[in-house]
Ligand binder design. Structure first.
Ligand code: SF4
Ligand code: SF4
Length: 503
């Protein structure tokens, strides 16, 4: 497989337009798009074969059989599609690439056809009649290409009358591929870094401690206030786990500064952990339960070791999904935490609760240079909740933004809340070897953004997901928007919050 990254000038960027039409089909338009495969060392670290196993066809079919035995949902998803077509034009990758295999139903059929061949009566005896296919190298190549053109965003499932979740099918396919020795470099390398060093960036403890110390100096210089960024403090009330991107650079680090200022203003003791210095858990993207648990368990260990009473998750979309949906069964029970608070709690829930109780003061005018919109991240919107009422994951971040900004406008209703469009880089696709896909897949979101830019003068996109922020910073310039237009919700909080007289 030739390893090559598309040059900026080679990418045909979709034209944004007022009338967003379904594209004319271009069969095979993205067949060439394949991520770099994981090397033998990375595969081995995750417990997968280090190269394609000799009898990979048999292993793939058997692994698929195991997965449908373990997951009733997966079997139902593979059995129940009626080809109604409601999902066909709902995927951002189809809208951006025009490749018909990026229609959700077509993507599902890549796996469904093999499932039918080996696990249904009709497929075993009349394969031609029911679209059943043998597991061949050609099929595997198609899987590697098109299951890495799904960000597992679940938008299609919102429109499917049966709720068929292509994300689950895509996770299963990636798990099968890893299991036969064909893993994806970007995702598996990141998981391997978390196993080895503790976070996605491979940032060791001394570097993390240095970063936090210099943040304390920066904030002191900016505000005159001693805002702490504590690390490994035993007996703190709260353990914060956040994506390691928050330690690193714009547009993430402003968010971390915002969290620290909120804790300072609320007078709640908190700590980060060098053992659990990463909230992200890319194992979900490859459907690997063993790696999911191995990554997640560090957070339980850190919480117990530090003796905290609460765990709060920073701005990270899929990490919040993993925490909200899976932590309890993966690494629970959390009977050692304080049950008077949500377990786990999102940083937005924490800040919003303080705002509701009048415990924070803001000077909104500080953000008057910004006309803000909010990008709902897929995993938060369609795979989790916040607060005590349905839809809290939509209202809470917006309430925080409105508390610290005077100018806020939502994007079009069919592109927000549970119908939000993916940023184009989720699900383990945030890698430059998939840049063409990322740029094209961002088109529907960019089109909705164009509309609020033109109608309301929006000049700032706030988000609560590290992947979304990184993806926007990369693709905004392709659509003639400035890359620094994206920021953290807690970056807005950080600017407007009042810590003492005059700051
Ligand atoms: S889950 Fe998202 S990326 Fe995957 S097929 Fe559905 S809409 Fe497309
Ligand atoms: S909307 Fe659901 S049932 Fe209809 S084609 Fe898509 S996956 Fe199949």
């Amino acid at each position: 497989m030739a390893e090559r990254i598309a040059l900026m000038s080679e990418i045909k960027v979709p034209v944004l337009s007022k009338s967003r039409a379904v594209p004319f089909l271009e069969p095979g338009a993205m067949a060439h798009s394949k991520p770099f495969p994981a090397g033998p060392e990375i595969q081995a670290r995750l417990g997968f074969p280090d190269k394609l196993v000799p009898d990979w066809e048999k292993v793939a079919v058997n692994t698929l059989g195991d997965l449908v035995k373990q997951s009733r949902a997966l079997r139902v998803f593979l059995d129940s599609c009626v080809k109604c077509g409601a999902c066909t034009d709902k995927c951002h990758y189809f809208l951006g690439t025009a490749d018909p295999k990026n229609m959700p139903v077509a993507r599902q059929d890549l796996l469904r056809s093999v499932y039918r061949r080996y696990y249904t009566f009709a497929g075993k005896f009349f394969p031609g009649l029911v679209g059943a296919r043998d597991m061949t190298k050609e099929v595997l190549d198609d899987w590697y290409s098109y299951f890495h053109q799904c960000s597992q965003c679940r938008r299609c499932s919102v429109f499917c009358p049966f709720g068929i979740d292509t994300a689950e099918i895509s996770m299963a396919a990636r798990h099968i591929m890893s299991s036969v020795g064909l893993g994806q470099k970007y995702t598996n390398e990141i998981i391997s870094k978390v196993h080895n060093i503790g976070n996605n960036l491979g940032l060791p403890e001394p570097a993390l401690a240095d970063t936090l110390a210099s943040l304390e100096e920066d904030v002191k210089e900016e505000t005159g206030v001693d805002v702490r960024f504590p690390l490994d403090i035993k007996g703190a009330e709260v353990l914060v786990v956040t994506p390691s991107a928050d330690f690193f650079a714009e547009p993430h680090i402003d968010g971390l500064i915002g969290y620290a200022k909120v804790f300072h203003a609320a007078g709640v003791s908190w700590t980060l952990s060098s053992h659990a210095s990463e909230a992200s858990n890319f194992s979900m993207f490859i459907g690997s339960h063993s790696n999911l648990q191995r990554v997640a368990v560090r957070i339980r260990e850190a919480a117990q070791e530090l003796g905290v009473r609460r765990i709060i998750v920073g701005e990270c979309g899929h990490a919040w999904r993993v925490a909200y949906n899976y932590w309890n069964t993966l690494i629970g029970p959390f009977d050692f935490l304080d049950r008077n608070y949500p377990i786990p709690q999102h940083i937005c829930e924490f800040t919003h609760d303080l705002i509701d109780r009048g415990a924070l003061r803001f000077d909104k005018s500080v953000n008057d240079d910004k006309v803000v919109t909010f990008h709902d991240s897929c995993n938060v919107s369609r795979a989790s909740r916040m607060g005590n009422h349905p839809g809290g994951q939509f209202t809470i971040p917006r309430a925080i933004i409105r508390a610290c900004c005077n100018h806020f406008y939502d994007m079009a209703p069919e592109t927000i809340h549970e119908k939000t469009f993916c940023c184009g880089g989720g699900g383990g696709l945030l890698t430059d070897d998939l840049l063409e896909l990322r740029v094209k897949g961002a088109a529907p979101r960019m089109n909705a953004l164009r509309q609020v830019v033109e109608e309301h003068g929006v000049n700032h996109v706030a988000a609560i997901c590290a992947i979304c922020k990184s993806q926007f910073a990369k693709v905004l310039p392709y659509y003639q928007f400035p890359m620094n237009m994206v920021g953290s919700v807690h970056g807005l909080v950080s600017k407007a919050i009042q810590l003492g007289p005059g700051n």
